[in-house]
Design a protein around this ligand. Structure first.
Ligand SMILES: Nc1nc2c(ncn2[C@@H]2O[C@H](COP(=O)(O)OP(=O)(O)OP(=O)(O)O)[C@@H](O)[C@H]2O)c(=O)[nH]1
Length: 193
């Protein structure tokens, strides 16, 4: 049976460390978030960008052509886990391919590798890069939605903690460059300029 994949771009953060919305910071003239969209688009039936009411018009103006939604009201602004849940709640699919907006070197090869490691009874496929779990560039099966909701209802917002309750396929990936995460101006100077 054909499986449906939806792309989820997590874009509702505050960018406090960066000082301005980092989704629109530029690498080679392109906004950071476009790299996430490009990496996901060929594998998904739909791209859902989950943001907040303040930023959503900016994504439209920038020309993002997928669905733009805000976090569901119960968990608005409660972090990436809330963003993942909000997309799952609004759009049903078998699998959700998740990416943040601050990984401007992310590429299709990473996503393809994750997809090729889907197995029966696996709830999530999570990369491990230089020994570190990367749960925001990952695949989640729709059947984890209820568990995520129950965590959020208890005020538990850690994505890593959710993994403890799932059947996770951890996948060691060597391409550290693809996972470069720009959180601050110092990171920007170091990796982009
Ligand atoms: N939808 C949604 N996405 C979020 C939320 N919080 C963070 N994100 C996204 O999750 C990813 C990782 O976010 P972080 O870098 O940890 O947090 P941030 O708020 O963007 O940045 P800081 O304020 O510097 O911590 C980014 O793609 C964010 O846009 C949220 O409450 N809702």
């Amino acid at each position: 049976m054909e499986m449906e994949f939806i792309g989820v771009i997590l874009a509702g953060g505050q960018s406090r460390r960066f000082g301005s919305p980092k989704a629109f910071a530029k690498r080679e003239g392109n906004s950071f978030y476009t790299y996430s969209a490009k990496a996901l688009e060929s594998y998904t039936s739909k791209l859902v960008l989950v943001t907040n009411p303040k930023l959503s018009p900016v994504f439209s103006q920038e020309g993002f052509t997928g669905e733009i939604i805000s976090d569901c009201t119960e968990y608005a602004g409660q972090g990436p886990l809330a963003g993942i849940y909000s997309a799952m709640e609004k759009y049903s699919a078998d699998w959700y391919i998740v990416s943040p907006i601050d990984v401007p070197f992310i590429d299709q090869a990473v996503i393809e590798l994750l997809l090729s490691n889907i197995e029966p009874n696996v709830d999530a496929v999570i990369p491990v890069v230089a020994g570190k779990k990367q749960p925001l560039i990952a695949l989640y099966h729709h059947n984890v939605k209820g568990l995520i909701k129950s965590k959020l209802d208890r005020g538990l917002r850690s994505v890593e903690k959710v993994l403890e309750d799932l059947n996770v396929h951890y996948l060691s990936i060597k391409d550290e460059q693809a996972f470069i995460n720009v959180n601050s101006q110092v990171d920007y100077e170091k990796y982009i300029k």
